[in-house]
Each structure stands twice: as C-alpha cells, then as structure tokens.
Design a protein around this ligand. Sequence first.
Ligand code: NAI
Ligand code: 13P
Length: 339
Amino acid sequence: MTLGSSSGKVAVLGAGSWGTSFSIVLADAGNDVTVWARREEVAESINESRENVDYLPGVELPAGIGATHDVEKALHGADVVVLATPSQTLRANLATWAPYVEDDAVLVSLMKGVELGTLNRMSEVIAQETGAGPERIAVISGPNLAKEIARREPAASVVACADESVAKRLQQRCHSPAFRPYTSVDVVGCELGGAYKNVIGLAVGMAVGLGFGDNTTASLITRGLAETARLATRLGANPLTLMGLAGLGDLVATCSSPLSRNRTFGEKLGQGRTVEEIYASTRQVAEGAKSCSSLRALAASHGVDAPIAEHVDDVVAGRLTTQEMMNSFIARDTKAETD
Ligand SMILES: NC(=O)C1=CN([C@@H]2O[C@H](COP(=O)(O)OP(=O)(O)OC[C@H]3O[C@@H](n4cnc5c(N)ncnc54)[C@H](O)[C@@H]3O)[C@@H](O)[C@H]2O)C=CC1
Ligand SMILES: O=C(CO)COP(=O)(O)O
C-alpha cells in the first residue's frame, strides 16, 4: 500500500482526547477516518451520537469519522496508522496490532513519552515491534492541546519523518482549514521536545500550585528548554527543532494552559495533593509523571545534566516535597547560563 498525498483511509488507534481531536483534523482534511476504541461502548457512542462523551464531551464529530472496537477492521486498507495511546502501553498494544498493519502503511506517533525501562522513544518502539524502516515511521508534535484543536482553533504542528517525501505527503493528509503542519526530518528532536515539555509542565504546575508567579515559571520554562536541548542535541537532534513548534511552541502551550494535564498534575502536587489522589481523580494520562523517570535515566546514561527531570522524578516518587524542589533549584551550584 503506497502512501497517497491527497486522501485515503486512516486508522487512528486510541480514542482518547488527542486521538479523537486529531481524527477531526484528519476528517476535515478529507480522509476517511476509522478510530479504534479500547472500550466497545466508546466506539458505539461515537457512531451513534457523533460524540466521544468520555474524552471530548460537547464536540460533534464530523461524518468522515467512524469508530470500531475491532482493530483488524480499523487497520484494513489504511495507508496511514496513527498511534494515540498512552506511551507506556504502546509496546504491548503493537504486539497485538502489528500483524494487521498493511504492508508499507506509514505509522505515525502522536505520543509524547519515553518508555520506562528500555528508555526508548516511541519511534524506536514502533520500529522494534513492527519491523518498519525509518521511511515508514513519523511523528506529529507541536502546541496542540486537544480541546482547542477539537474546537478548530487555529494551530500549527510538525510532521517529522526521516524520509522528507513521506513527511510531505503526510503534511498534505493532515492540512485542514484550522491545522497547519510543517515538515521536518528531525524525528529525535520532535519526540524529545514533546516528551520533555511534559516534565517541565509538571515543574511549572508545581510552582503555580505553591503560589509562585511569572518570574518562577519563566525561569523554569527557559531552563527547561536548555535542559531539553542539551539532551536532544546529544542524541542527534537539530537544535533549531527545539526552538520550533515541537520544542518551544509546545513548551509554552503546556506551561501556560490550565488545559494541560501535566501542568494541572503539577499544580495539584504543589497544592499538597498526593500522587495517588491525583491519579484517582482523573482517567486521563499525564505522560510526564512517568517520563520524568525515563528522561532522567536517559540523560544520565548519556552523561547529560538534567536537574529538572531529576527533581520532578524525586517529587513524583515522594522523595522530595515541591517546596524542597524549588529550594534545591536555587541552591544548586552556580554556573554560566550557556554551559
Ligand atoms: N490531549 C492532548 O492535548 C495531547 C496529547 N498528546 C499525546 O497523545 C497521547 C495520548 O494522549 P490522550 O489521547 O490525550 O490521552 P487520554 O488519556 O485522553 O486517552 C488515552 C486513550 O488511550 C486508551 N488507553 C489507555 N490505556 C490503554 C491501553 N493499555 N491500551 C490501549 N489503549 C489504552 C484510553 O482508553 C484512551 O482512549 C499521549 O502520549 C499524549 O501525551 C499529544 C498532543 C496533544
Ligand atoms: O501535548 C499537549 C499539548 O501539545 C497536551 O499536553 P497535556 O498532556 O499536558 O495535556
């Protein structure tokens, strides 16, 4: 199956907030979209009421979107497969899904996390579990808060694939009246920008929860970007990617918006809630709460200094309080800004 540039069948695997919102983008761009939902009742509700009541209540889904609980049906005839589950579940899911993926279909990750244990990025997990080469693996990442995208508020994003011609065809497949994708060949930079901004979002949320203002959050955002760029460039990313939509753009959206689950998770921690209480209060994923640990380990394995990932991981693991984290940031050994 060869990737077309105008329209075609797209399978979106994962009917949470982002899988459903991105399905709207794809349908608006002219694709025939089938969303796979883990729970049968979610698929039924999308087909019958044109709404995903659990993850995107109040948003009418366009006619170009159908839903199913049957993954084989979703994948049949799809030349683009969009992966939109929580990062830590991807490997186990792909083990089941891979036999049904059409030969040559392009696999697109929307996920913003790094796998615990293996420290693999999502594109690496996809390659290992499906055998797809880099020309069949892409990432879409940028400042794309699901609820705003679902309301068709204008936004831009990055479509990254090692094969630029594939990135260009995918760009056409998801260019809608409200969604403007740019191409990139920097898969590593886009993935690490997306995963790291969640950890910085947690730290900013903690600062907000503690009652601190814009100096504190701007300092965390700026040093967070430096930390992200330090690790990403060590792993081969183009530094300019981190200054772009998948780096700075997404960092700003996440750290500024009350819609961000990661920022909200951090804010609750700053207000004194426990990690267990926060997990119990929402069914939605806050990727940074897991990826703080994998990014910390990834940075350590490459000898990269990652104080924000380290401190956030310590808070999430209960080894530090949020106030101790802030005190420790200020008390660290002093250094030059550009070191
Ligand atoms: N929500 C947003 O604004 C954005 C989210 N993302 C990323 O997209 C990915 C998915 O996030 P959301 O859709 O927002 O999460 P969500 O929490 O809203 O939905 C997750 C979906 O995955 C399903 N799921 C949970 N565990 C599963 C498992 N073990 N196997 C299969 N499916 C499972 C859930 O039923 C749900 O449909 C994350 O990596 C997130 O960082 C990226 C850009 C924007
Ligand atoms: O990735 C996102 C926006 O680009 C969504 O952020 P949260 O997962 O923190 O809600």
